[in-house]
Design a protein around this ligand. Structure first.
Ligand SMILES: [Fe+2]
Length: 231
């Protein structure tokens, strides 16, 4: 009798876990490994900063996003981009942590070893010249946006809905995909100007970080994003 009850209990637990696992997986976002070793961006961005930035800060955004979605089942099963496009309805936890997850994934993929990033494609360079005057003028605008962001946030190069390139900045972990920002668009690149991105190496010298960062920007990635955005 006792054995029968134990078997029934095990069967019940087994079917519960079989039913619950797919739902739990569908709700979970995860942290992908960096696309290069932690020391690959040195000396522009040091290894320790990359370890903490990716392994601690980005991991925390992923964990907190999963907690927020677990607490609001109506949000489950949506892509991150879909959540961000209507983030005004999803609440601040998804706004901050979903933004943090998307922004950092995009950021890691935008960088490569110093000096290996190549140059903008002909089409991207033509668009930069058309909308900023020159590559140097674009870099100045991007630097100004990063320096001018008071506190924590991001600077972005976007393609506007009208097809123009534009530099903007957002606060905290907001990004141009969200329905809460003043200017939406398709991001081509973003730079993290939170102090956690540079403080170990550059301390309060955000301008030095911004100037050095061009050395690790992967222009081939930015060029591919631009081609997809204007297709
Ligand atoms: Fe960051």
């Amino acid at each position: 009798m006792i054995l029968t009850r134990i078997l029934a209990l095990l069967l019940a637990l087994s079917s519960f876990s079989m039913l619950s696992i797919p739902t739990a997986q569908a709700q979970n976002f995860s942290l992908a490994p960096l696309p290069y070793p932690h020391d690959a961006l040195a000396p522009v961005i040091d290894e320790r900063t990359m370890q903490i930035h990716h392994g601690k800060h980005h991991q925390a955004y992923v964990d907190n996003l999963n907690r927020a979605i677990a607490a609001s089942p109506a949000l489950a099963g949506q892509s991150l981009e879909a959540l961000l496009a209507q983030v005004s309805k999803a609440g601040d936890a998804v706004r901050n942590n979903g933004g943090g997850h998307w922004n950092h994934t995009f950021f890691w993929e935008s960088m490569t070893r110093p000096g290996q990033g190549g140059a903008p494609s002909a089409a991207l360079l033509a668009a930069i010249n058309r909308d900023f005057g020159s590559l140097d003028q674009f870099k100045t605008a991007f630097r100004t946006a990063g320096l001018g962001r008071f506190g924590s946030g991001w600077s972005w190069l976007i393609v506007t809905p009208e097809g123009k390139l534009k530099v903007i900045s957002t606060a905290n972990q907001d990004n141009p995909l969200m329905d809460v920002v003043a200017e939406r668009g398709t991001p081509l690149l973003g730079n993290d100007v939170w102090e956690h991105a540079y403080y170990l190496q550059y301390q309060n010298r955000r301008a030095d970080y911004l100037d050095a960062w061009w050395q690790v920007l992967d222009w081939s990635v930015v060029s591919r994003r631009h081609a997809a955005a204007v297709k």
